[in-house]
Design a protein around this ligand. Structure first.
Ligand SMILES: NC(=O)c1ccc[n+]([C@@H]2O[C@H](COP(=O)([O-])OP(=O)(O)OC[C@H]3O[C@@H](n4cnc5c(N)ncnc54)[C@H](O)[C@@H]3O)[C@@H](O)[C@H]2O)c1
Ligand SMILES: [Zn+2]
Length: 329
């Protein structure tokens, strides 16, 4: 198969390219970072790149929480305008297979069960609570602290920041494209991806990267809130493998199919900081009580659907992956 990998020079995209080639596929990199400076918002460049392509793996995006609301237009431009330009070029060129780098950020807060009210959907946390160190979300009905659980693909979307909003819009665009063209679209909703090649020291990087950079400077990783916020850290090679199986399998024509893509093994951010600090030989993490308004408290995936339908399973365990990541520089 000849696959166009947008964002193919990026962290996850470069692993996708490697995994595709290892499986005997042809991967064509399309990235603003490459010498060619190929931008997904450029219809001419995209149309040229689609020649002879069987499938597109769309990784190109502006990622992370950014530096403030001032980034909003650039997020929407790169992520949503970019996706729209790509999809209309695919419609024109007759390319009918798409795998999109989706994200768990579309869910907002994860799944919660209140002992009294059952499954509930806590809204954004209040600044006054966060300032007072009350980090757990409240049950919207009774105010109790509901227990976090695993979020399934059918959970309602509830994007909490600009980036999350653009990731959700990408899926809606992909669904509209699939309906209009009979194409098959898959969105892999990645959870917290980490591993070799992870971007560092930018406001757009992930938390594992911040911690590792601090350790490399001889500083303690600074863990926000109380460190007990839960995430699903999934290794980048496992994510790349999920992209490859999704590209090979295709999916129902005319539809967008979504899959959570996580390790299935939740850990707290504090545990992750400790694992990295241990592997690095210190210093031990400090819990600061700081917070970021756009952050959610707990978000962990139920990735059973991806395992059952596409036969994917993660191969890199948490301890092993964090050791490798800490050593990666
Ligand atoms: N890293 C994570 O934990 C994570 C989690 C969920 C989803 N994702 C998604 O995975 C995808 C890849 O993210 P990543 O972590 O590898 O980030 P990254 O920044 O390393 O890679 C993104 C790549 O896209 C390229 N790009 C950006 N705008 C472009 C444009 N307009 N035209 C062409 N190329 C452009 C960048 O140059 C970069 O190489 C993104 O869609 C992101 O939303 C990442
Ligand atoms: Zn309740």
């Amino acid at each position: 198969m000849r696959v166009l990998v947008t964002g193919g020079a990026g962290f996850i995209g470069s692993h996708v390219v490697e995994a595709l080639r290892a499986r005997g596929h042809e991967a064509v990199v399309f990235d603003v970072r490459e010498d060619t400076g190929a931008d997904v918002r450029d219809p001419v460049a995209v149309a040229r790149a689609l020649a002879g392509v069987d499938a597109v793996c769309h990784q190109a995006a502006m990622v992370g929480l950014g530096t403030g609301f001032g980034d909003a237009a650039e997020y929407v431009s790169r992520n949503d305008l970019g996706t729209a330009v790509l999809l209309s070029a695919m419609a024109e060129a007759g390319v009918r297979r798409l795998v999109l780098a989706g994200s768990m950020v579309v869910y907002g807060e994860g799944r919660y069960v209140c002992p009294r009210d059952g499954v509930v959907r806590p809204g954004p946390r209040r600044v006054a609570d966060l300032d007072a160190g009350r980090f757990e979300p409240r049950c919207p009905a009774c105010g109790a602290e509901p227990a976090p659980g695993l979020v399934g693909e059918d959970a309602p979307a509830d994007p909490r920041n600009v980036y999350a909003t653009t990731k959700l819009a990408q899926e809606h665009l992909a669904a509209a494209w699939a309906r209009a063209t009979g194409g098959s679209a898959v969105s892999l909703r990645y959870h917290n991806v980490y591993g070799p090649g992870m971007p560092r020291d930018t406001p757009y990087a992930g938390v594992a990267s911040f911690f590792r950079s601090a350790l490399a400077r001889g500083e303690a990783p600074r863990v926000f809130e109380d460190g007990r916020q839960r995430r699903d850290f999934v290794h980048v090679r496992d994510v790349a493998a999920a992209d490859v199986v999704a590209l090979e399998a295709g999916s129902a024509p005319g539809l967008l199919t979504v899959y959570n893509t996580g390790s299935g093994e939740p850990h707290t951010v504090g545990e992750m900081a400790r694992a990295l600090a241990d592997a690095h030989g210190g210093p031990a993490p400090v819990v600061t009580g700081e917070y970021r308004l756009g952050d959610v408290r707990h978000i962990t995936a139920d990735s059973a659907r991806l395992r059952a339908e596409l036969g994917w399973k993660p191969e890199v365990g948490f301890a092993e992956g964090m050791r490798e990541f800490a050593a990666d520089g």
